[in-house]
Design a protein around this ligand. Structure first.
Ligand SMILES: NC(=O)c1ccc[n+]([C@@H]2O[C@H](COP(=O)([O-])OP(=O)(O)OC[C@H]3O[C@@H](n4cnc5c(N)ncnc54)[C@H](O)[C@@H]3O)[C@@H](O)[C@H]2O)c1
Length: 332
């Protein structure tokens, strides 16, 4: 059987081909799945999709009409998939429920420290042989307060690193994580976390209840010199409101690996044509902001685990086996 994989980065292609070797043929495309590209899947029983795939109702209908029966999503998050429609169309959808939380948590810290210690500006200066330190003043993390929104797998690792820095730990979640409590985390109301944290990092999933959880009021409640990091999902932050606050000179630094309108931009080279997203274009001009294009998960370890799980998800589908990775059908 030949499997069609959408949205494959050049680094991933050999890894995917090796993982499927001897099991199935795999055709890797660098284009992402969306309304325009969905017809390419006609005749493929199994397709695999990447984090920014458009798996909304019209795309799912095109896939089902073309004979697709199974979608192997190569990510943990599945806010891009209309599961109800997929179930109605009798499509099986599986995701990767676990891979290295260290990849994302370590990257969130990389962003936090990059903005804190002005690494981007420092590196571009030394390339120009400008060796001054003006404007590069950072802060020790030790003794400062971190606020972690979402203390699941990634939030817990982020908290462990914060503990290593010697920070005071505040958390907010719908359930407390005993491992974080053991590290000394105090679970508090969001409002207190916003008011007291010097560094706020987002690790909750994107759900209707968390959409724009960082809205104008939340941003205004934060310290003027806080650091804000989002490596979860762009939709957690009202970006227009963030730009307004940044224009007012607030925040020591903001590190964003995700952006609410990233689909159609992130993972693509737009350097020659430019972009018509004025919010993102403005965001990247602030000297205290670092934006990366959804790369937090992108380590050899995490990508390897994602691909291995995807191979297993395909194998399970063909054997009609259920697993915790299967999102729909909800019951075996
Ligand atoms: N940037 C990247 O490359 C990347 C990669 C992987 C995951 N992520 C994002 O990170 C998120 C967290 O991943 P994880 O593996 O830690 O997930 P997880 O399920 O282990 O943890 C999520 C935590 O959020 C909490 N939560 C759920 N709903 C909530 C709500 N409505 N309000 C408050 N808290 C709520 C849960 O209780 C849980 O503790 C994912 O949902 C995904 O969006 C980003």
């Amino acid at each position: 059987m030949e499997i069609l994989a959408f949205g494959v980065q050049s680094d991933e292609k050999p890894l995917i081909e090796t993982a499927f070797e001897g099991l199935h043929e795999v055709r890797c495309l660098d284009v992402f799945l969306n309304r325009d590209t969905a017809p390419i899947a006609a005749g493929y029983e199994i397709i695999s999709t990447s984090v920014n795939a458009d798996l909304s109702a019209p795309v799912l209908q095109t896939l089902a009409a073309g004979g697709t029966q199974m979608i192997a999503q190569r990510s943990t998050g599945f806010n891009n998939i209309d599961l109800e429609v997929a179930e109605r169309l009798a499509l099986r959808v599986a995701r990767v429920s676990y891979y290295s939380p260290y990849s994302v948590a370590e990257f969130a810290w990389t962003l936090a420290m990059a903005v804190n210690r002005r690494i981007i500006r420092a590196a571009s200066r030394t390339r120009d042989f400008d060796f001054r330190l003006d404007g590069l003043l950072g802060r020790d993390m030790r003794g400062r307060t971190v606020g972690v929104l979402g203390t699941g797998k990634i939030g817990e690792v982020f908290t462990r690193i914060a503990h290593g820095f010697g920070m005071k730990l505040l958390g907010w979640d719908v359930v407390e994580n005993p491992a974080c409590v053991e590290l000394g985390m105090e679970y508090v109301e969001k409002e207190r976390l916003f008011a007291e944290a010097d560094l706020i990092s987002l690790h909750v999933p994107l759900l209707p209840s968390t959409q724009h959880i960082i809205d104008e009021a939340a941003l205004k409640a934060m310290k003027d010199d806080a650091i804000l990091v989002n490596s979860s999902r762009g939709g957690l932050i009202d970006t227009a409101a963030l730009v307004t606050e940044l224009r007012a000179g607030r925040f020591l630094g903001v590190g964003l690996d995700v952006y609410e309108a990233e689909a159609g931009l992130f993972f693509l080279d737009k350097s020659l044509e430019g972009i018509d997203d004025d919010t993102l274009a403005r965001l990247v001009t602030f000297p205290n902001v670092v934006v990366t294009s959804h790369q937090a998960y992108y380590t050899e370890d995490a990508v390897g685990q994602i691909i291995d799980a995807t191979v297993q998800n395909v194998t399970d589908h063909l054997a009609r086996r259920h697993s915790e990775n299967v999102l729909v059908p909800r019951t075996p």
